[in-house]
Design a protein around this ligand. Structure first.
Ligand SMILES: C[S@@+](CC[C@H](N)C(=O)[O-])C[C@H]1O[C@@H](n2cnc3c(N)ncnc32)[C@H](O)[C@@H]1O
Length: 253
């Protein structure tokens, strides 16, 4: 883990993201709607759900709300984020939060060693794996490894959906994305009664502490990696500038 990675473990960034940025993400509801539609259409039943880099658990909780009988595993390496996830999960007995850095190649063994007595995490277990704005903190080689590890964790027929920050095709497009984000964050702050100017928000956005932890990769490349691993029905299901919903399904046999 590098020092850039650890930026997410701090309380201030967790709070800034949850209160000042998550709600400003353009098409956030549509992203979740697409995720749920793909899950509904592909999964005859959902028993196990994994949310990787869960933050406050927004994605995994949306799945559990649709499948209340399912078990949810929520993994993050930020204590403040896991505390927010526990609050959102509100004591759901079938949801487990786990503190773990999945950038560590031994993450699955480590989880297994600690939590063996409570529940298992094993290959071919999960009907649904979701991840939101998290895997882009890994170098590309590790991203591919994580996608492979998740493939093994999926049941045959299971689905992986990544709602992710991806690389712009061009610096001009990157600027258009940043303008959109600053507009949305500014609107959210105004709604919340904050009197910062657009210029303040713009300055903060460009000097935000998590920026250096981003290792963005083009979504087309990431879809190619998924296909190489064996995922099917791989596509970019939704995209607005640098925000993409993509993923795939593990073949049934
Ligand atoms: C931008 S937040 C997104 C949170 C949530 N998934 C969402 O959609 O709002 C990224 C999250 O990934 C977590 N994260 C980043 N790298 C991680 C790693 N290597 N292991 C575990 N969690 C990680 C951070 O702590 C943070 O909670």
């Amino acid at each position: 883990m590098t020092s850039n990675d650890t930026v997410w473990q701090g309380e201030v960034l967790a709070q800034t993201y949850l209160e000042g940025v998550r709600g400003a993400i353009p098409l956030a509801n549509e992203q979740i709607d697409i995720m749920l539609r793909l899950i509904r259409a592909s999964q005859p039943e959902v028993n196990w759900v994994l949310d990787l880099g869960c933050g406050d658990g927004i994605l995994g909780t949306a799945v559990l709300d649709q499948y209340p009988q399912a078990n949810g595993i929520f993994i993050d390496f930020s204590e403040p984020m896991l505390a927010a996830a526990q609050q959102r999960l509100n004591g759901k007995p079938n949801a487990h939060t786990i503190f773990q850095d999945y950038g560590d190649r031994e993450w699955l063994e480590k989880i297994q060693a600690i939590h063996n007595s409570q529940f298992t995490i094993h290959n071919s277990q999960f009907d649904v794996i979701v991840s939101g704005y998290s895997i882009h903190h890994q170098p590309d080689d590790r991203k591919k490894e994580v996608y492979t590890e998740l493939y093994h964790l999926l049941k045959p027929g299971g689905i992986f959906i990544n709602i992710e920050h991806v690389q712009s095709a061009d610096p001009w497009l990157e600027t258009r994305f940043k303008e959109l984000m600053v507009d949305k964050i500014f609107q959210l702050q105004q709604q919340n009664g904050n009197n910062k100017t657009w210029e303040d928000v713009d300055r903060e956005f460009y000097s935000r502490p998590d920026k250096d932890a981003n290792i963005l990769a083009p979504v087309e490349d990431q879809c190619s990696w998924l296909r190489e691993i064996g995922y099917q029905k791989v596509d970019i299901y939704l995209k607005i500038f640098e925000l993409a919903v993509f993923g795939g399904i593990k073949p049934k046999s």
